[in-house]
Design a protein around this ligand. Structure first.
Ligand code: 13P
Ligand code: SF4
Length: 354
């Protein structure tokens, strides 16, 4: 039974209601006060009384299930600060997935992230609270498309963004994330490198590595492609002291307007280090929310866009996922080794050694 399926939602909610005390509760809010202190700038206290019973139930259940929750930086604050054990950008989550000791991984993010965890942990159970959490980039390309590009550019290495299906990863030479794309492309042998599936990331990387001829697939992130350079210029004109930092899935014109461009973790690191008085984080909306409390002096301007896929994950479906041990993510056996090779090659090339 899926809590996300319209037919099942009533029955699933009733089952949760019988198993846990999920009514809004000031007592639960008091018990979880330390967690609330991390989100009080963005979640009103009455709303926390609604979240707190779920936070309490999830944190207790994950111990019973020997589970760890990996959460992407785009998760909402009640997930990011309330129940995540490990949070980060796609690169950090992939690296952390290689170190997990627990038997169950609950991936709070989108489907390709859960697949990456499964590829790196084929013997573990990987759950995603809503398997419909997709990604416009991952959906834009197939393994057959990779074969066509290889035929078009014989001998060129294929660097695929981790925002791809297991099938596409398995057909690629190496993966990259927004944190290491330029480093990976620069390390490829040969003059020409094929980058898939994000055309804007590829253009932004190509500008950084003039020594390589970068060719690309024309996929795009539906969240980042909507930002325009004009709108960012308007923010700067309104207050010239506004810092603008952007994700490299944005167009090159938007990136050119930014004071800094980096992965979601890179953007958070930049704000922590520079503590701007006012900042526009040109990315998904939860990013500002998740750092608002630790940076009380910073005013977060929010011309952000929501990722509808990331927003499918909620406290309710995380609890259901752990309670019912659904929805399990599987990767066809024959794809595991070649896809793991592409992800591991990226980790070996770029992960900090300790
Ligand atoms: P990061 O790897 O920078 O976290 O980005 C993932 C993503 O989906 C951004 O849209
Ligand atoms: Fe995919 Fe864009 Fe959503 Fe990231 S923000 S998961 S790239 S659609």
């Amino acid at each position: 039974m899926r809590i996300n399926a319209v037919d099942d939602i009533g029955a699933a909610r009733a089952a949760l209601g019988r198993a846990y005390d999920l009514a809004p509760s000031l007592a639960a809010a008091r018990e979880t006060r330390a967690l609330y202190d991390r989100v009080s700038r963005v979640i009103p206290e009455p709303d926390w009384a609604i979240h707190a019973p779920y936070v309490r139930a999830i944190n207790a259940l994950k111990k019973d299930r020997d589970a760890v929750i990996l959460a992407h930086n785009y998760m909402t604050p009640e997930i990011f600060h309330g129940v995540a054990d490990i949070s980060g950008d796609s690169l950090a989550l992939a690296i952390e997935a290689t170190k997990v000791r627990q038997q169950v991984i609950v991936q709070c993010g989108v489907h390709f992230m859960a697949e990456t965890s499964k590829i790196l942990n084929p013997a573990k159970t990987v759950l995603i609270p809503d398997s419909r959490a997709g990604c416009s980039l991952a959906e834009s390309i197939t393994a057959a498309d990779i074969a066509d590009m290889r035929a078009q550019y014989p001998g060129a290495k294929v660097v695929s963004y981790v925002n791809t299906t297991a099938e596409v990863k398995a057909a690629s030479d190496i993966c990259c994330t927004s944190a290491n794309a330029a480093q990976v492309v620069a390390a490829m042998p040969g003059d020409t490198v094929i980058m898939t599936p994000d055309g804007y990331l590829a253009r932004n990387v190509a500008a950084q590595i003039p020594a390589k001829r970068v060719v690309w697939w024309e996929g795009a992130c539906m969240v980042h492609e909507r930002f325009t350079a004009d709108e960012l210029r308007a923010y700067r004109e309104a207050d010239p002291d506004t810092a603008i930092i952007a994700h490299p899935e944005c167009t090159p014109e938007v990136v050119a307007e930014a004071d800094f461009t980096g992965s979601t973790a890179g953007m958070i690191g930049w704000v922590r280090k520079n503590k701007p008085r006012k900042v526009v984080m040109v990315t998904e909306c939860s990013m500002s929310d998740n750092v608002a409390n630790e940076l009380p002096e910073t005013d977060f301007v929010r011309p952000c866009n929501i990722c509808p896929h990331m927003k499918r994950i909620s406290l309710e479906n995380i609890l259901w996922s752990l309670h019912s041990m659904t929805e399990e993510v599987t990767v066809p056996e024959h794809l595991i080794a070649p896809a793991a090779q592409a992800v591991q090659a990226m980790i070996d090339l770029t992960a900090p050694r300790n």
